[in-house]
Design a protein around this ligand. Sequence first.
Ligand code: ZN
Length: 355
Amino acid sequence: MEKKTPQPLRGAIYTLAQSGTLKNGSIADSAERIVFGAGSEFGDNKVWRNRAKRKTISQKLNLGLIQAAEKKGEPERIRGYWNAYYCQNRVVSHDGRIYGKYCKSRTCTLCCSIRKAEIINRYLPVLQKWEAPFFVTLTAKAVRAEGLARRFFVFKKVFRRICEKHKKRNQRGNGQKLMGIKSLECNFNPSKQSYNPHFHVLVPNEWVADVLIKDWLKLWTRNFALPTAQHKRPVQDLERDLVEVIKYGSKVFTEPDTNKTAKGKSLPNIHTAALHNIVTAMEPYRIFERFGFNLPKEEKERTFKVVPEGQSKEWVFNLPDHDWKNPKTEERLTGYTPTARLLWLLEENMDTDLE
Ligand SMILES: [Zn+2]
């Protein structure tokens, strides 16, 4: 892959040089750093080795996405991918915690994993009160890249129409209101060069699962959705199924069974041009959302604090090392080393053309 010119850091932690008067009356230059949020503990090095792994995947992936967006001349997208590339690029350690800024981009592997953890923490206690939850998959026929944006639009419209119908019925005292959580996901099939958007839905009972499938099929008609392609099953392991629902948008690595051609030739597992198409078409839509119920409101505090430079260390991620490094001492933060298989996947197994 081509070497990219690094872009200027935006929104990163910055250093404040401040002139202050010390107690003994001497004037000294002391520098301080502003750090954001509560930081995360550095006691467990394994957590941060995992982050170094995610960061490595995220940078490689976003470089591939940048290439795809450059081919199509889409500067907005390119900026967004660079933003994800630089997420948590500089971190500051202070008093056993590490501070960094998150980009919140959908193509940032670090932010997606944090988002997933937040969703699990918020929703699991609510979902645990459901009596007999069901897992539902709703899908329609696969489409080519050019039909993807339209397909997402219709997905949203059909689902909303089903919910509205039952809400009205319920208001008239006739039948239950539908509720659940759902996520929009899209897989790419490299051997057919087609896209398969689908909804993963968790609902409180089988009745809701049946209604969803029945109405979904009716609205799409047989030309677009077949009964055999829709699925429901009782939830056995709630946490596992919740994770399944919030995988967040699109799998980065395609499934082994879809990356073989008809002649059995293996195709790469990462398709950045296709992923770029999915990200672009999905942009106007929420990936994860609940329907028919509310969660208690949660206030989010935005905090920052100032820490003395002398009591903190700065670390900058360096892709060739797959780790954050102290620019002064060259010391590594986590000591993470990728497996040969991961390196092979990221170096040799990324395709930037198929879409
Ligand atoms: Zn991020």
